[in-house]
Design a protein around this ligand. Structure first.
Ligand code: SF4
Ligand code: SF4
Length: 491
């Protein structure tokens, strides 16, 4: 059995997994409404296919695009498009955006799905096209388009598929639940992904504190032809589920800064993504549902639910018995990397793995931060080998060149430095703010570059026009002179 390699840093956190994991997986009744945030489409890179008053069926695409970075979005049940209107988005900014709102009719009528039961006979390109058409993105939280990850640059040789089932963030148990209830879909999806990538080895990582998931996967493995898939229990340390940390733990190889996992011969996908691929390829059903953990002291019945994408969070909380009196904060994701939501009138998207309704005892009050004592604990805890203390000083001083020199973009915002800082400095907040300033400066630079380009192009055009004018005047003059001479000679 493969023994995981250590990676630097990380922290041991209280898991809080049992709250949602002890309850059975629930399939809630159809929601009354489905809400789909619509992507900003530039002309020519996609189409919104529905308008107010249209009837839609389950599995019908409502947004399509040829752009590989914009996978389609499908209606998760049948109903009528009530409107397209501005609604709050599940984003840190708290901004609103255009959303399609569907009144579900309860009939759950579906378009006809057609799968590839013998997918091994289908060209890799055909399978990738199906994965894009099914709207599949990474379900671990990042929502990166799966098809793009399956097409690494040609000069890089991929040898290993890593399946990420290491759900390291406290409270979240949706991948655990998926692996326990649908192990064949996970392993089947792994085989399809291996076929597409042309690799003969898959390492499926599951945290050691998920014994039921490991047992279910091992049992499923013994029941089918899954010899090339190795199930690897990995130590319980946060952030083991980070892509780079997991690859290092499983292969001993470090993904280079600014590099792709394919540069060390690896493609990494989440277990739920593998299951979605299995569904899309074998049955043709697009990505219209996912398992979501609803947990925390602020909800009456913490549990995992197999949810239609587009379901409003409020309806989901209702399915879990509603809010308790101690409900204090609504978080999308886990307590470490999740984002606080201003309202529950926000839908479950493909990226939503957990709704944490934090109770009073679970909300970390704003602690008075004290000066940095240069203890170095943050650097020891950082899994990316950064120097958070230096980043903090330069972020505070707005020295953007210095934060870049200290590799700010490599920060995965895992929060390990925050957890260990004895001075309670909200380091990640500083890093996020510095990242936005760097992004704004880059935007300015690009804007200035475009403005300069436009100015230079205008100057060039003016010079060319002046030259052409002068040329044409000269030619006119010459023609007139020739005509004058000819008429004189004729006289
Ligand atoms: S852990 Fe906190 S106090 Fe210690 S060096 Fe880092 S920022 Fe400073
Ligand atoms: S938040 Fe960034 S700097 Fe802090 S430990 Fe995580 S990766 Fe390192």
């Amino acid at each position: 059995m493969l023994r995981p390699w250590p990676f630097n840093g990380g922290v041991h956190l209280e898991g809080h997994k049992q709250e949602s994991n002890f309850a059975p997986l629930i399939i809630p009744p159809l929601p009354k409404t489905l809400i789909y945030p619509l992507p900003q489409l530039n002309s020519g890179n996609g189409n919104i296919l529905v308008a107010s008053g249209d009837r839609v069926l389950k599995g019908q695409a409502i947004v399509v695009s040829d752009n590989p970075m914009l996978p389609p979005v499908h209606a998760a049940s049948s109903g009528w498009v009530r409107c397209i209107e501005q609604r709050p988005l599940p984003h840190l900014s708290g901004l609103t955006g255009d959303c399609a709102v569907i009144d579900v009719d309860g009939l759950d009528e579906s378009v006809e799905f057609q799968g590839f039961p013998n997918y091994a006979e289908v060209e890799q390109a055909g399978l990738c096209a199906r994965i894009h058409a099914a709207g599949i993105v990474g379900l671990g939280g990042a929502a990166f388009p799966t098809m793009v990850k399956l097409k690494p640059p040609k000069h890089l040789k991929v040898e290993t598929l890593v399946l990420n089932g290491a759900e390291c963030e406290p409270y979240i148990t949706c991948d655990d639940s998926l692996s326990r209830h649908f192990p064949h879909a996970v392993l089947g999806g792994a085989k399809i992904l291996m076929h597409i990538l042309g690799v003969a080895c898959c390492l499926l990582a599951v945290e050691e504190d998920m014994p039921q998931a490991i047992a279910a996967l091992e049992k499923a493995k013994s029941e089918g032809d899954y010899r090339q898939i190795e199930i690897v229990p990995v130590p319980v340390i946060y952030p083991m589920g980070g892509e780079r940390q997991l690859i290092q733990a499983l292969t001993g190889k470090e993904v280079p800064t600014d590099g792709l996992p394919a540069e060390v011969g690896v493609v990494c996908q989440n277990v739920a993504t593998a299951a979605a691929v299995y569904q899309a390829i074998t049955t043709g059903e697009p990505l219209i549902s996912r398992i979501v953990t609803v947990t925390g002291q602020g909800v009456r019945r913490p549990q995992n639910l197999l949810v239609r994408i587009g379901t409003p969070i409020a309806e989901l909380v209702e399915q879990c018995g509603g809010y308790t009196d101690s409900a204090e904060r609504l978080i999308l994701g886990g307590p470490m990397m999740g984002i606080a939501l201003p309202t529950d009138d926000i839908p479950i998207t493909k990226a939503a793995n957990c709704i944490l309704v934090a109770g009073r005892d679970e909300v970390v009050g704003v602690k008075h931060s004290m000066p940095c004592i240069r203890c170095g604990a943050c650097a020891t805890a950082c899994p990316v080998n950064l120097l958070p203390q230096q980043l903090y000083w330069h972020s505070r001083a707005d020295s953007l060149d210095r934060v870049m020199a200290y590799h700010l973009p490599d920060c995965i915002e895992c929060g390990c430095c925050d957890v260990v800082c004895p001075s309670h400095i909200p380091l990640v907040q500083h890093f996020r703010s510095a990242k936005s300033k760097v992004a704004a400066k880059e935007q300015e630079r690009l804007k200035a570059g475009h403005a300069r380009f436009r100015y230079e192009a205008r100057q060039e055009r003016k010079q060319r026009e002046q030259l052409e004018k002068a040329e044409s005047a000269k030619r006119k003059k010459e023609l007139l002179a020739t005509a004058f001479l000819t008429s004189n000679n004729a006289c």
